[in-house]
Design a protein around this ligand. Structure first.
Ligand SMILES: [Zn+2]
Length: 230
């Protein structure tokens, strides 16, 4: 499998190009484009989150706990006092950093169910849901965020799969076919739960029409092919 550096570089390269494309074809402002770029990189690290002490786990949980601390503060900034906001931020930071992290490492095994295509879809949908419900972003931006996170996630799986093929010796390592999986036979109950979760999330996420319209719009493709070369 590919190492951490390869994953970050791969995700950054694809996510950066995609973010530049978004800047060309949509009226999204700079902050949104930067956020999308970041989400793509986070997505590229997510699948290896299940190796309990890896660098991506530590980085991601540190970032998540900071976000977890600040999001509720922003959300309730108008209605609560400073002291209440500080307490709210600190407790939600601690909840993510210690409780969720402990539960996460306890229940995941490395290259388990998280390292699969349906997990990429679930994570993407979760982002769309959070962007819509918690940050009140437009459905278009919510789905762009989902596409970047899910896309980064899939880039990671593809890279792991590519690295399981020994290109020089034309040997295929035993790990071939395990990275880009649709579920785990050994954990069929978990796989079933994952697909059920995906189905439930599909009913909760905001409508994707605006996003699909942008992606399918011939104008989008025309602008991109126009700007491809200097
Ligand atoms: Zn991996």
């Amino acid at each position: 499998m590919a190492d951490f550096k390869t994953h970050v570089c791969g995700a950054a390269l694809i996510s950066g190009s995609a973010a530049a494309a978004v800047a060309m074809v949509s009226p999204a402002d700079e902050a949104v484009v930067l956020g999308l770029f970041g989400l793509g990189i986070v997505g590229g690290m997510l699948p290896d989150l299940d190796s309990d002490n890896s660098l991506p786990v530590r980085i991601t949980f540190n970032v998540l706990s900071i976000l977890g601390g600040f999001l509720p503060v922003f959300r309730f900034a108008d209605s609560l006092s400073l002291v209440e906001l500080a307490l709210l931020g600190l407790s939600s930071f601690a909840l993510v950093r210690y409780v969720v992290f402990a539960a996460f490492t306890r229940f995941t095994v490395h290259r388990g169910l998280l390292h699969s295509v349906p997990s990429a879809l679930v994570c993407g949908q979760l982002v769309a849901l959070l962007a819509d419900r918690c940050l009140s972003l437009s459905p278009l931006v919510a789905w762009m965020s989902a596409a970047f996170l899910g896309g980064g996630f899939l880039v990671h799986l593809v890279l792991d799969e590519l690295y399981s093929v020994d290109l020089m010796g034309r040997r295929i390592k035993r790990s071939f076919g395990t990275a880009l999986s649709l579920g785990k036979k050994a954990n069929w109950l978990g796989t079933l739960a994952l697909y059920a979760g995906l189905a439930v999330l599909t009913t909760l996420t905001p409508p994707a029409d605006a996003f699909l319209r942008l992606v399918r719009d011939p104008e989008t493709l025309a602008v991109l092919s126009d700007r491809l070369l200097p």
